[in-house]
Each structure stands twice: as C-alpha cells, then as structure tokens.
Design a protein around this ligand. Sequence first.
Ligand SMILES: C[S@@+](CC[C@H](N)C(=O)[O-])C[C@H]1O[C@@H](n2cnc3c(N)ncnc32)[C@H](O)[C@@H]1O
Ligand code: SF4
Length: 365
Amino acid sequence: MGVYIHWPFCVSKCPYCDFNSHVYGSIDQEQWIAAYIKSLEHYAELLPDKQVISIFFGGGTPSLMSGKSVAAIIDTVQRLWSVANDLEITLEANPTSVEISKFKSFKDAGVNRISIGVQAFNNDDLKFLGRGHDVSDSLRAIEIASSMFERYSFDLIYARPQQSLGAWEVELKDALKYAKGHLSLYQLSIEKGTPFYKRHNSGEFAIPDEVQGADFYHLTQDIMEDAGLPAYEVSNHAQAGQECRHNLIYWNMADYIGVGAGAHGRFMMGEDKYASKDNHIPDKWLKDVTHKLEKLSAEDRFIEDVMMGLRLRDGISIKRCEDVLDIDKLADICAQDWAQLNGDNLSLTREGLLRLNAIIPYILK
Ligand SMILES: C[S@@+](CC[C@H](N)C(=O)[O-])C[C@H]1O[C@@H](n2cnc3c(N)ncnc32)[C@H](O)[C@@H]1O
Ligand code: SF4
C-alpha cells in the first residue's frame, strides 16, 4: 500500500495551479501533525494488515513542513504498519533557499527521494508563472539534492506562451544535464477557476494550439527517448528502474490511502474496493479527520482501471476490463495506430497517448 500525505499550504498561489493549496498566515505545525497522526491511526484500524511500500508527501508545498513534522509522520507510518525494506519516501520541494536549507532534515527524517518544482530554466518564464524562485535557486536545489539523495526528480512545465519549439529543445537538453533518472514534464494547461483562466480568456496571452501542442509533445518524447528516459506515463519519464513507485501505484490501481485536506485514496478491504476523499477545506479537515468511504461497484473499478492504466506505457489487461470495453472500438483505435494489442495487453502508442482524453470515452461501453 502507498501512503499519500497532502500538505495543503503554499507561500503564495501560482496563477496556473488548481491543486488544493491554500495560503495561510501562520500554521501551528504541531496541531496539524497531531491531526495527520490521528488520521493515520484511524486507517490502521481499518487496514491493519497492509504492508507500506511508499510514502509520498505532496501538496501544496510539503517542503514548508519542518523536518520534525515529516519525521513524526514517517515514524507513525512505521509504527502502525509493516513497511517494505526498500520503502520509497518522496517529498515535493519548491526550490527556495529556505526550503533547500531543510533538505538535510528531510533526509534525516527518512525521505529518500526529492521531487523539485523547477518548472522552467528561464527567469522571464518563472516570473510569468508566478514562481518565487529563479534559475540559480533551482540549480542550487538540484546540486544539494544530488549530493544528498540517491534519487531525485524535477518538474518542468512546457508549451508556455511565446515559447518556440527550438527554445524548448535547448532548455530540455540543458535540463537533462542536471537530471538523474527521472523527470516530470507537463504541458501548461489552463485550468478553470485559476487567474490564468481569466487572463487567457481575455486574450492577454495565448498558449500553443492543439497542433503546436502535439509538436511540443513529440519533440519532448524524441529528446527523452534519445536520452534514455522514455515516458513510462503521459508526463513522467525515467530510466529503467527509476520510475516513481508511488506514481505507479496510482496508475496500476494498487492500494493507497490519502491523508490531508482534499486527499483521496483507493484500497481493498476484504473483497471490496473503497474510495476515500478527505474534506478539501483545511480547517474543516482539521476539525474532523475521519474518512468518508464509498464502496466502488465492479463497473466503477474497471472503468478506473482503464482510465488509469492506459496512461502507462505498459497498458492494461483486456481480460480484466472486458466488461466495460467495446471490443469493436478497440479494433478501430488499433487500425488507426493509436493502440496496440499484444495478446491480452492493450497499450496506447505515442499518437494514442496524445488523444488519451478522447480515446477513453470512445472505447468504454
Ligand atoms: C502539486 S504540483 C506542485 C508541487 C510544488 N508545490 C511546486 O509547485 O513545485 C505538481 C506539479 O504539477 C505541475 N502543474 C501544476 N499545475 C499545472 C498546470 N496548470 N499545467 C501544467 N503543469 C502544472 C507543476 O509542474 C507542479 O510542479
Ligand atoms: S504550483 Fe505548487 S507552489 Fe504553486 S500554488 Fe500549486 S502547489 Fe503551490
């Protein structure tokens, strides 16, 4: 089982981001950590026999937590469950000087993988993205992470306004010099309810259209394949063996619990699979950390298997999901070269992954 810990606080809100993150004046970490521990204890009563293979601190900005808070949560997980020998413990970090100075305390707490929100190697674009760091901060964060952690990754956002394909090619190839085994590369998406949504709609800036977006995507795949870090999921690239195990839990629909405002989980209890979603308002979550569970029907489960599994290069077993798949339509997408069938395994090609959001509703019965 994976354990996802959501820390829903940020120093400021980036104008493109629709993650459940909030800006609070001050946070009493001890009070919040007590709530996380209580919530984990609640799960341990429900799921005493699971073995934990991964802990992931996501956000928001979990690098705003103190080393002591992170340690308290890791210790609690280890007290409540048996854990794998090679337990993966990832923490998402923003590359500001304050947060970089805490890397050592995160390592001492047990974190063994850091994922850094670099976003761009271009100061003008970092400003446009509303980031509180510049390129030199990112390089410093990467340098410290590489000296301290065996595994680290960083995130970049591409297909930015005004960005040319040529500029992205130079930037990504440059970024690869600093990468070690894993990179997450996201095309900028304009999300409803964000400041970028309004600004984009009012014509203040434009992002690449679908055709240009596809060119960015193919260029990215070509560069990453040549570099030996092919995509193992739509936006995640790794050398063989360096995939984020926690991410793979989501896409393989294995068990995970989610703790923290807005966090969700999926896990088997007995023969049944359950979904959880914590209250997304931090203050409400703090007052009541118990979980609302919903039993998933067999159909819901298979639909989720298809939606998550097809994001992966390795695809899905058709037999497992045949009740919800339209077999004639699978033949159509294979004929278009958007998917390939190898025995029981269905996986999308690169062209198919580009059309993922259209293909999934098409092939579901
Ligand atoms: C939970 S977020 C952030 C982690 C950390 N707080 C940070 O900002 O560095 C995970 C990643 O999603 C990506 N992301 C968030 N919103 C996005 C958007 N609208 N378009 C593309 N990528 C986005 C960013 O690369 C970000 O690092
Ligand atoms: S991108 Fe990261 S730092 Fe920015 S608001 Fe979202 S979660 Fe917070």
